[in-house]
Design a protein around this ligand. Structure first.
Ligand code: FES
Length: 162
């Protein structure tokens, strides 16, 4: 089994992985980074969203070997104003979708600014991203919340974006 070098939250890990192991399983089962959640495991819910070079990715659909050399960021590596904003605006109930929601929001704000950042927090510090509630809902539509905390999620993202 070939060694795979995965760089996650600033640390490079050498893992022995079968080629069919998903990025999600590599993170959760091989690195113990269980903040990234497995919901549907087929690309439909967004619970597994992480960032690869600042771009949001459904980790359940990605093969770990394809992400060698990329900078993967999971919720454990995120220090963003979004986290406090989600708390302030009740952007969750059970919390299962929250890490995916936050990683997705970071990627979404970067996409909106047409500027994929090298450091995840840079674009947030810059601020000033104007989005309507409808635009946020549309751009976050890949992340489901079974509890229905969407109003809080949108409010949290809007606060940080503005
Ligand atoms: Fe990956 Fe649902 S677990 S999209």
């Amino acid at each position: 089994m070939p060694a795979v070098l995965l760089r996650v939250n600033g640390t490079t890990h050498e893992l022995d992985l079968e080629p069919q192991v998903s990025l999600l399983d590599a993170l959760r089962e091989h690195l113990g980074l269980t903040g990234t959640k497995k919901g549907c495991d087929q690309g439909a819910c967004g619970a597994c969203t992480v960032l690869a070079d600042g771009v949001r990715v459904n980790a359940c659909l990605a093969l770990a070997v394809q992400y060698e050399g990329r900078e993967i960021t999971t919720i454990e590596g995120v220090a963003s104003p979004l986290q406090a904003a989600f708390v302030a605006h009740d952007g969750f109930q059970c919390g299962y979708c929250t890490s995916g929601q936050i990683c997705s929001a970071i990627g979404m704000l970067a996409e909106h600014g047409d500027d994929v950042p090298s450091a995840v927090t840079e674009h947030l510090a810059a601020g000033g991203v104007e989005l309507t509630d409808a635009e946020i809902r549309e751009r976050m539509s890949g992340n489901l919340c079974r509890c229905g905390a969407y109003n809080g999620i949108v409010a949290a993202i809007k606060e940080v974006a503005g």
